[in-house]
Design a protein around this ligand. Structure first.
Ligand SMILES: Nc1ncnc2c1ncn2[C@@H]1O[C@H](COP(=O)(O)OP(=O)(O)OP(=O)(O)O)[C@@H](O)[C@H]1O
Ligand SMILES: N[C@@H](CCC(=O)N[C@@H](CS)C(=O)NCC(=O)O)C(=O)O
Length: 826
């Protein structure tokens, strides 16, 4: 009796314990990590670099004992007539070798893993120690039950068991001792010490270290930076905020489409079994040669073939039905993303570069693509492989399943590795292409300079070098593609060869029929075609994940100014604006406004003047609640701006900014933007009041003239009067004016001033004035310096202060601009 090869139960128990424990620990770790919501677990439960090297050698040793075991078995089986080990024992031996292979890879392959694979496939100490311990326990049982060796074969087997037991026991013992002996100040030891502390709580010392690390970052960003967790559970969970936009919640017809598509996927898998199976049936019928022509069988086979593949009936139907689902998701996601971004606070828009946000938003379809690739491409390929493993087990033999399993793992691993490396090479190739393009572009754009310096040859050489660099990278990319294809082909062909030989052997000895051989061969070959694009699929899946992550980051960004749940619409009765003791800072380290107190009485004009950077625009921003004040309050007719809805607040206030930016559309569209349901007559009235009507009529297409990108086709004065017209059309009780800084010609200025006066009439107006000449009539002037109100009063009052800030500014401006002399106070 040869225990190892004749005791299926023990063998199965061993393999089951190894795999279940390893995967179970992976899941547990992921859950734990997700609860902590941080990366601490992965940082503290991995091996250090040096121990990892030793551990890897040890694992290699264990794996080698299995190689010896398998070789011993093969030799013995070949030499012993009428003896064959139990099937499950062979399978378990191969699976054990595979297991240690996986553990070894997890130790040696320390490259960054995608987050979703991290918990399972990284060398976590717990996993490796668990594997050693489990192996040691089972080996002890094997040894205890194995009789004294009677021949060389049993001797080798016994020695193998013993070697494995000692390797695992020693490894475990040495690791634990080594860990204890390390001085506690060593950072590595600190990490390792934490490994066995299974408590769920975060070490306070460590937590502090963590928070102190993140503090400057938080300060720098101003707003809460979203964080994508590294645990795969947390990682996928973070994507769930996007799912409501992917799933057609209220549209039952689309839900039905999704349901049918998934059903078609299942039918597709079945068709993939039916087609080779049917070919087997046809072969059987034909080889029997006594039932006439198997018309029906052949017809069925052709029909199944017609159903198969992405271009077959099922695939095409599925693609067709998926169109509206995909379009729905695209619309829902991209409109929601834009809405979300528009809803974000002012500081987000100030901090983020517009291009970046736009780039992330245009990748709105990436989440779609990701789901589609997973559902319709990678998913089916992996399912087909899984189905093959089960089908072969039921229909033929567990050995065939084993072949497909080992092939799948090797194929996927090697493909992912080579593809990741190729992706890097590709990036280099694209960069060098961009470089060469840049050189070319430079030369053409600077044609004159090139000619002046007679630098044709120089430019030609420069371009030639850049092209050479690009070609070198391209060569790497192309040749690595051939390399990948050869390796993939090699792995697939080897498994096909082993499977075919085994099947041929079985057919020859009458265990299987010729039909079975055909089924096996056809099914295996069928798998090859989609597997051929596995690398490409993996690469595009990676890309769409990265794009989706960017989109997710935007979705996770929260506005810093939020409406209260019980916010009520602002009721403007008179338009009295009161600032009480307001202090504000964009960054806590640099106060911008301190203790601002003033009342803008209904129907009166109040002017803010003062040095640049003093905080005038900030006063407007906090009144519009783009930011919340740090201290004090701002009320409009007795209602705090923080208690009212944002839209009612902003719709009650009209703003004429310093530099009005218009939409690239017609004049009419731009003025109507303030009140889309306004009639044309109302627009004309507003334009007349803003003193721009006549000018608009002089344009070639009148109100239908286009204003150009950002209103570039209009002059500064025209743009500002358009903005005034808009504000008049909006008809708010309160208006905020930020005057243009640039000096305009006297005529234009008079027009603008007149239009502004019309706008301000009867409303509460808060005006930021850069040229004091424009606000001499204001009811109240506030001089702002360094975030404080330093002087208040009317123009006449303020000029009476001999050394006053206002008077100084007045005199300065009067000297600079003789035209303003006309405003001097006689
Ligand atoms: N988003 C921001 N983040 C941080 N600091 C800001 C921000 N916006 C403005 N500041 C700072 O706040 C201070 C006040 O700026 P504000 O724009 O209110 O001044 P201002 O008086 O309107 O100046 P100007 O007359 O030149 O428009 C300045 O020192 C400015 O650098
Ligand atoms: N067998 C390889 C290559 C498949 C292939 O030929 N892909 C096509 C695109 S569908 C290609 O042109 N690839 C170029 C490349 O990978 O550089 C894989 O699994 O990725």
């Amino acid at each position: 009796m040869v225990l190892r090869y004749d005791s299926p139960h023990l063998n199965i128990a061993e393999v089951a314990c190894l795999y279940a424990g390893f995967l179970g620990l992976g899941t547990l770790k992921a859950i734990k990590q997700q609860r902590r919501g941080s990366e601490t677990l992965s940082r503290t439960s991995r091996f250090g670099k040096e121990p990892l090297k030793i551990v890897s050698w040890w694992i290699l040793g264990v794996a080698l004992t299995y190689v010896i075991d398998i070789a011993n078995l093969v030799i013995y089986a070949l030499r012993t007539p009428n003896w064959w080990p139990h099937k499950s024992s062979v399978v378990c031996l191969v699976l054990s070798l595979l297991f240690w292979g996986i553990v070894l890879i997890s130790c040696t392959d320390t490259s960054e893993l995608p987050r979703y694979a991290d918990s399972f496939f990284s060398a976590y100490r717990v996993n490796v120690l668990y594997a050693w311990l489990t192996e040691a326990v089972f080996e002890s049982v094997f040894l205890a039950l194995t009789p004294i060796p009677g021949d060389t074969f049993q001797g080798i087997l016994m020695a193998d068991h013993l070697a494995r037991l000692l390797l695992c026991l020693f490894a475990f013992a040495i690791y634990v001792t080594y860990r204890r002996k390390r001085p506690s100040r060593d950072p590595m030891d600190y990490e390792e010490r934490r490994m066995f502390e299974s408590s769920n709580q975060l070490d306070p010392e460590f937590a502090q270290e963590q928070s102190s690390q993140s503090l400057p970052n938080a300060k720098k960003n101003g707003s809460k930076k979203p964080k994508i967790n590294t645990s795969w559970i947390a990682y996928f969970k973070s994507f769930t905020i996007l799912f409501p936009y992917l799933w057609p919640v209220k549209n039952f017809r689309l839900q039905f489409h999704v349901f049918v598509c998934v059903a078609l996927l299942v039918v597709g898998r079945i068709a993939n079994i039916l087609a080779p199976r049917q070919l087997g049936v046809v072969t059987e019928k034909l080889s029997q040669n006594d039932n006439g022509v198997p018309w029906l069988e052949v017809f069925l086979f052709v029909f199944y073939r017609f159903l198969q593949g992405n271009m077959g009936l099922i695939g095409s139907l599925r693609s067709f039905l998926w169109i509206p689902v995909s379009q729905y998701a695209y619309r829902a996601l991209s409109t929601k993303a834009l809405q979300h971004v528009l809803n974000l606070s002012y500081d987000f828009h100030l901090n983020k570069r517009g291009g970046e946000v736009l780039a992330a938003l245009t990748k709105g379809s990436s989440v779609n693509t990701f789901v589609e690739q997973l559902l319709f491409q990678i998913g089916p390929v992996l399912t087909d492989l899984g189905v093959a493993i089960i089908y072969f087990f039921i229909k033929f033999d567990v050995y065939f399943s084993l072949i497909v399993l080992v092939m799948t793992l090797c194929y996927c691993y090697v493909t992912v590795k080579i593809t990741s490396w190729r992706t890097e090479a590709r990036r280099r190739m694209v960069n060098s292409w961009r470089d060469s393009y840049g050189v070319q572009n430079d030369a053409i754009m600077n044609y004159e300079t090139v000619k002046n310096f007679d630098a044709d040859d120089f430019e030609n050489h420069r371009f030639g070098d850049a092209v050479d660099a690009y070609l070198r990278q391209e060569k790497t990319v192309l040749s690595s593609l051939s390399f990948l294809n050869i390796i993939q082909g090699g792995i697939f062909t080897t498994s096909l060869c082993v499977a075919c030989l085994l099947s041929a052997y079985k057919v020859s000895y009458g265990y299987n029929t010729v039909g079975d051989f055909v089924v096996l061969l056809t099914y295996m070959m069928q798998l090859q075609q989609p597997l051929n694009f596995f690398g490409t699929l993996y690469r595009s899946l990676q890309n769409s994940i990265i794009d989706a992550e960017r989109l997710l980051e935007i979705f996770q960004e929260q506005p810093t100014v939020v409406e209260k749940c019980d916010a009520t619409p602002l009721k403007v009765t008179e338009g009295r604006v009161v600032f009480s003791d307001v202090s504000f800072a964009y960054d806590p380290r640099k106060p911008v406004l301190s203790n601002i107190n003033f009342v803008a009485e209904p129907g009166k004009a109040i002017a803010l003047v003062g040095e640049s950077g003093g905080g005038k625009s900030t006063i407007m921003r906090i009144l519009l609640r783009f930011f919340d004040v740090n201290n004090g309050s701002i009320t409009i007719d007795g209602q705090d701006v923080r208690d009212v809805t944002l839209s009612s607040l902003r719709s009650s206030i009209g703003v004429v900014p310093q530099d009005s930016i218009l939409f690239n559309d017609t004049v009419m569209y731009n003025i109507k933007y303030a009140k889309p349901d306004a009639s044309n007559e109302e627009v004309y009235e507003a334009a007349k009041a803003a003193q721009i009507h006549d000018r608009i009529l002089e344009f070639p297409d009148g109100y239908n003239s286009r204003v150009g990108e950002r209103g570039l086709k209009l002059s500064g004065g025209e743009k500002q009067r358009m903005a005034v017209a808009r504000a008049i059309l909006k008809n708010p009780t309160i208006i905020l004016l930020d005057e243009a800084t640039s000096a305009l010609d006297t005529n234009t200025e008079r027009h603008i001033q007149a239009s502004l006066n019309r706008l301000a009439a009867g409303r509460t107006a808060i005006v930021i004035a850069h040229r004091l000449s424009t606000i001499t009539n204001a009811d109240l002037i506030l001089c702002i310096s360094n975030g404080k109100i330093v002087e208040t009063g009317t123009h006449e009052d303020l000029l009476k202060h001999e050394n006053g800030v206002y008077k100084k500014m007045w005199l300065q401006q009067a000297n600079k601009d003789p035209s303003s002399k006309k405003f001097s106070v006689e």
